[in-house]
Design a protein around this ligand. Structure first.
Ligand code: HAM
Length: 422
């Protein structure tokens, strides 16, 4: 019997992986433009890190974590998201001492035991960004501008929804209003909501149950309960978004699936992926670093899902921009030998070269060149070689030119590399 990959765990095959690399490259360039630097953190962490940050009553912690006890008896969890590990590293390495605002990003796999469907996996990948140490509304607008820039430079079209979840000062009054509303609806809520409404009332608004969702349309809005400071912060974020010409919509019912958020939250949404509408999401988490035992510093961040971004690109029939520069089709023993040396010299000069060593027919090698999406093919036949020449074919225009195969490989390959990379 063939062993297959686990349900919700997906192989990313080469054609797809090239597209992933394109997305990662665009994102890295833009993160750099905004002053973010990469941090790489482990996949395994102590379970307590996630329970303390994401929240004990969230779906992620209650139902979705890949947790196990290791050989030492420690409870470990495969990270379900990137924020908590990055903040753990920030605190552990005292990164606040380095600069007043630390801008960090990380990329890699995350794990949640969800019901797999299109765009929803159990191992999925995020590009996760955090700005630690600034609470000004400018940084909120800047981080949303950065997320929008990634989307627009990828040529995608998604909408931005924003909200404010207030702060520990205004949350209690909102919680009370929500509790009153839930009490009026008692008996008609799902068991999860019935249980959570006492422990963490805000959490019920994230319930996926259709009946509950229909009830919560009439729930009180947090926007109406913001304290003056939070309202002013949100207003400033909005006016910066307008000034930066970033289109957005306020969604007063957006609560997010993680407990650590305060003030600004946002989601990048599409309707091209069925039920999985968020290609990215994030928000501010001003109390979290302290809650994890670190200094009292504010923070804001977001993460984008690579599966969802690449699905959107594939739906637009977008192919990776990564191509082979030249395929060397050598016909016959002497040509093959010459081709091997030339391929190596070209690769040393930055050219991507593929060749076939099996002596297949010209037709077969031309097919391979096309499959590699090669820009050029260099055909070295016995006769051409004897005459000190080869034929270079432009695979798009089908134009063919004779090129001289001089004895001086270094000079020759430098000239050819220049021509190919031009
Ligand atoms: P999140 O909303 O849980 O936030 O996830 C962010 C993004 O990861 C989602 O918008 C989606 O694109 C992708 N994603 C989440 N779950 C899955 C899944 N099962 N399959 C495929 N893609 C998925 C966070 O994780 C926060 N840590 C974001 C953040 C960073 N907030 C502040 N800083």
């Amino acid at each position: 019997m063939i062993v297959k990959a686990l349900k919700g765990f997906k192989d990313i095959l080469p054609d797809e992986a090239n597209l992933w690399q394109d997305v990662e490259r665009v994102a890295r360039q833009i993160f750099h433009r905004f002053g973010y630097r990469e941090i790489r953190v482990p996949i395994l962490e102590k379970t307590g890190l996630f329970a303390r940050s994401i929240g004990e009553t969230t779906d992620i912690v209650e139902k979705e974590m890949y947790s196990f006890t290791d050989r030492n008896g420690d409870s470990l969890t495969m990270r379900p998201e990137g924020t908590a590990p990055v903040l753990r590293a920030f605190i552990e390495h005292n990164l606040q001492a380095e600069r007043p605002v630390q801008k960090l990003y990380t990329m890699g796999p995350m794990f949640r035991h969800e019901r797999p469907q299109k765009g929803r996996l159990r191992q999925f990948h995020q590009m996760s960004v955090e700005a630690i140490g600034a609470d000004q509304p400018e940084i909120d607008a800047e981080i949303m501008a950065m997320a929008s820039m990634v989307i627009s430079e990828l040529g995608l079209d998604v909408s931005l929804e924003i909200n404010s979840l207030g702060c520990p000062k205004c949350r209690p009054a909102f919680n009370q209003a929500l509790l009153d509303f839930l009490a009026e609806n008692a008996g008609s809520l799902c068991p999860d909501c019935e249980r959570r409404r006492y422990k963490n009332p805000l959490r019920v608004l994230d319930c996926k149950n259709k009946t509950c969702q229909a009830r919560y349309v009439n729930a009180p809005s947090i926007q109406a309960h913001l304290c003056p400071e939070c309202a002013a912060h949100f207003q400033a974020v909005e006016s910066y978004l307008k000034a930066l010409d970033i289109r957005y919509k306020v969604n007063p019912f957006m609560v997010r699936g993680l407990d650590y958020y305060t003030r600004t939250t946002f989601e990048l949404l599409t309707n091209a992926l069925g039920a999985q509408s968020a290609v990215g999401a994030g928000g501010r988490y001003d109390g979290l670093i302290e809650q994890l035992g670190g200094p009292a510093l504010p923070g804001i961040g977001f993460a984008m899902g690579l599966e969802r971004l690449t699905l959107l690109l594939a739906a637009q029939q977008r192919k990776s921009s990564q191509r082979i520069d030249i395929f060397i089709a050598a016909l016959g023993g002497a040509a093959l030998e010459r081709g091997v040396l030339l391929a190596h010299a070209l690769r040393q000069r930055g050219v991507a070269v593929v060749m076939d060593y099996a002596g297949r027919s010209l037709k077969s090698q031309m097919k391979q060149a096309a499959r590699h999406d090669s820009r050029f093919t260099l055909i070295i036949g016995e006769n051409e070689l004897a005459g000190g020449q080869a034929v270079m074919r432009d695979m798009e225009s089908h134009e063919q030119v004779d090129v001289i195969l001089s004895e001086d490989l270094a000079t020759w390959s430098t000239a050819l590399a220049k021509k190919i990379l031009a």
